[in-house]
Write a protein that binds this ligand. Structure first.
Ligand code: WT7
Length: 642
């Protein structure tokens, strides 16, 4: 691959695609740009069931937007009820547990399960406006939990099972949730991931929680607290399967999903109902070119936005068959994914560059043992895909036949904003290519002025789209400040990008103190706050360093309180400490001890210098504002001794 190769859609792919030519794509974009109200109203009417219609498609009073306000709908109704007549016996979910257990759940069965569980929640008094936390393994019941909440208007917040009890606690408290849905444990690399234990730990400081409902997944011995905890199967057995979907306002809060910002405190990103379900359904068809007989597999976890939009709401609303797999890609061996694709004849695979790199490392023999000819489309998300990973994914997994859709989006955007429509848009490896219809993306300078072709700048979105963030839970000021203050009234993504002469976007990475580890967002401040909570730590500065597999890795510079410390032991302990405070995915790759940290005269830690030390192992540029230059040289020198 030369680095600037272009891959045109094959005539065969284009002829069967939802959007089969550049003209068709341009036509959608033109209509969306010229008449957004009409365009989105048309999409919403075509793709979504409404109990009552809206009067205006959207109202935009920056930073606040409403889509289809006044209209009534229900996300779960769109994912289930409306398919019963035409797709009742079609598989909605094909599940494979890590130990090898399998279940196929049809739309009719999923509808029944969700209705029963929704009734169980209603029986315990939950109603529209209440909030729940979902802390579950990747099993069908996680989907049931989300859809049951959506059905009765309970706003859910899924917390990734890899988050620790501490992180879980902070989210329960911020959301003031009264209900927690969990499981005894899940399977991960043959071991039990003990979720209920973490819930018990978190709830020591969450007195507002009234109910914990526990699904029995592994049969682990757990503690059940009288009066608070109940078994999922017992509640479900008592509940009726007749539970009409609540007719909710289009702007009813569907879910809150916490993500890292630039401070130590995660932000609760709020998404609502009508615009979100419209946009995720449309992009499911545009980007994944979804067909009735596709077997679609997104390998994300339900705890991230990818799981919300492209495992649950988008695909099910579009009537897809979704594969879900509970466990690790290397269990029992490194061909687990390829084995799953072969056995279930998956047609679409959507995964992350970090996963691809981990699989590349294991060699081509693993995929070589399996028949992957069912695949017709590949997707990538989470970070820019590097040329080597793209080439391998295309050649070894896609056998050179499958387009790769590189999808750029964020927790805040709710759905994919920049990605190719695979039957129309020629691919350039490493570029998310062109925006979705109605997404007015641009690359600008500090003042908000567009930069020249190929120049670097900030990626912004000039007009609201239906799935955009509505607010930060409980913090409208931070919402305004974070996303709409840099360029007043315009959505600021926090990413740097450039646009080439063909209008293709190349996203370069974050411009703030947010790291991207294995496609998961993590703030430097969050890790720093965790470190300074440790009794030995005086100060900490955290930067990302490049990593072969995870893209970036966490590197911590730490100064210690007075004492006689065993650096080796303490280094291990601090890594474990961060995993305990945040979650194992945040475990630092490296801890470096130092007598002091480089600071400006005003006392601000100069992370730029530290970043330079970990990436280039030298320090250049302007260091005149340093309080103690000796510190930097010492840190830089230390690396060479390692
Ligand atoms: C950040 C959002 C979207 C779901 C997963 C991550 C980076 C994401 C791409 C891509 C280049 C990407 C951006 C973005 N990012 N996808 N295809 N190409 N960068 O969601 O945790 O909200 O992170 O991930 O930096 O801002 P998230």
């Amino acid at each position: 691959m030369s680095g600037n190769e272009v891959f045109n859609p094959s005539p065969e792919f284009s002829s069967r695609a939802h959007v089969g030519s550049m003209e068709a794509y341009r036509d959608l974009c033109r209509r969306a740009e010229e008449h957004p109200e009409i365009f989105w109203a048309e999409q919403a009417e075509k793709e979504i069931h409404w109990f009552e219609k809206w009067s205006h498609a959207f109202e935009w009073h920056p930073p606040f937007v409403k889509w289809f306000a006044g209209a009534k709908t229900n996300a779960a109704y769109n994912c289930l009820d409306r398919h019963l007549e035409t797709r009742g016996d079609k598989a909605a979910l094909i599940f494979e547990g890590e130990p090898g257990d399998q279940r196929t759940i049809t739309y009719r069965q999923l509808h029944e399960e969700v209705s029963r569980f929704a009734n169980a929640l209603k029986a315990r008094g939950y109603k529209p406006g209440d909030r729940s936390i979902i802390y579950m393994p990747m099993i069908p019941e996680a989907v049931v939990a989300m859809l049951a909440c959506a059905r009765i208007g309970v706003t859910h917040s899924v917390v990734f099972g890899g988050f620790s009890a501490e992180a879980l606690k902070a989210r329960i408290q911020d959301l003031d949730a009264h209900l927690v849905l969990t499981a005894d444990a899940g399977w991960r690399r043959g071991k039990e991931l003990r979720l209920k234990d973490a819930v018990d730990e978190a709830l020591k400081e969450c007195p507002a929680v009234r109910d914990v409902i526990v699904y029995k997944r592994t049969g682990a011995a757990i503690h059940m607290q009288e009066g608070r905890d109940s078994w999922w199967h017992e509640l479900e057995a008592q509940a009726s399967a007749d539970c009409p979907a609540e007719q909710l306002d289009a702007e009813h809060p569907l879910f809150v999903l916490y993500t890292s910002g630039t401070t130590g405190k995660p932000k609760g990103i709020l998404h609502t109902t009508g615009g979100y379900i419209t946009y995720t359904t449309c992009t499911m068809k545009w980007v994944f070119d979804l067909k009735e007989d596709d077997i679609y597999w997104c390998t994300a976890d339900i705890g991230w936005v990818t799981g919300h939009s492209y495992i649950v709401y988008g695909p099910l609303s579009a009537g897809a068959t979704c594969l879900i797999y509970e466990g690790a890609p290397d269990t029992p061996a490194w061909d687990r994914w390829w084995d799953i694709i072969e056995r279930h004849k998956a047609t679409i695979l959507y995964t992350s560059p970090t996963a691809i790199r981990a699989l590349i490392k294991q060699g081509e023999a693993w995929p070589g043992k399996h028949d992957l000819s069912s695949l017709r489309l590949l997707g990538s998300v989470g970070e820019p895909i590097n040329p080597a990973a793209w080439e391998w994914y295309h050649r070894v997994i896609g056998k050179g036949r499958c387009p790769i859709v590189d999808t750029w989006w964020q927790t805040e955007t709710g759905g994919i904003l920049i990605a190719p429509m695979p039957g129309a848009v020629p691919l350039k490896p490493g570029s998310g290519t062109l925006p979705m219809p109605g997404v007015l993306a641009e690359v600008v300078d500090f003042e908000g002025k567009p930069v020249a072709d190929d120049a670097e700048g900030f990626l912004i979105i000039k007009r609201p789209w239906p799935a955009m963030i509505r607010n930060i839970w409980g913090d409208p000021d931070r919402f305004q400040q974070q996303y709409f203050s840099r360029i007043p009234g315009i959505y600021f993504t926090g990413d740097a990008a450039r646009r080439d002469k063909d209008g293709y976007f190349w996203v370069l990475g974050r411009v703030d103190d947010v790291m991207n580890v294995s496609g998961h967002r993590l703030s430097t401040m969050e890790v720093e706050s965790a470190l300074v909570r440790h009794p030995a730590v005086a100060e900490a500065a955290v930067v990302a360093k490049p990593h072969e597999i995870t893209g970036q890795a966490v590197c911590c510079f730490v100064t210690l309180k007075l004492g006689d410390w065993d650096h080796h032991k303490l280094g291990l302990e601090l890594r474990q400490w961060v995993a305990h405070e945040i979650g194992s995915f945040a475990r630092p790759e490296e801890i470096r001890f130092s007598e002091s940290l480089p600071k400006t005269r005003s006392g601000k830690i100069m992370r730029r210098l530290l970043r330079e030390i970990v990436t280039t192992h030298t320090v250049t540029g302007d260091v005149t504002t340093l309080e103690d230059l000796g510190v930097v040289t010492k840190l830089a020198a230390q690396h060479d001794e390692d």
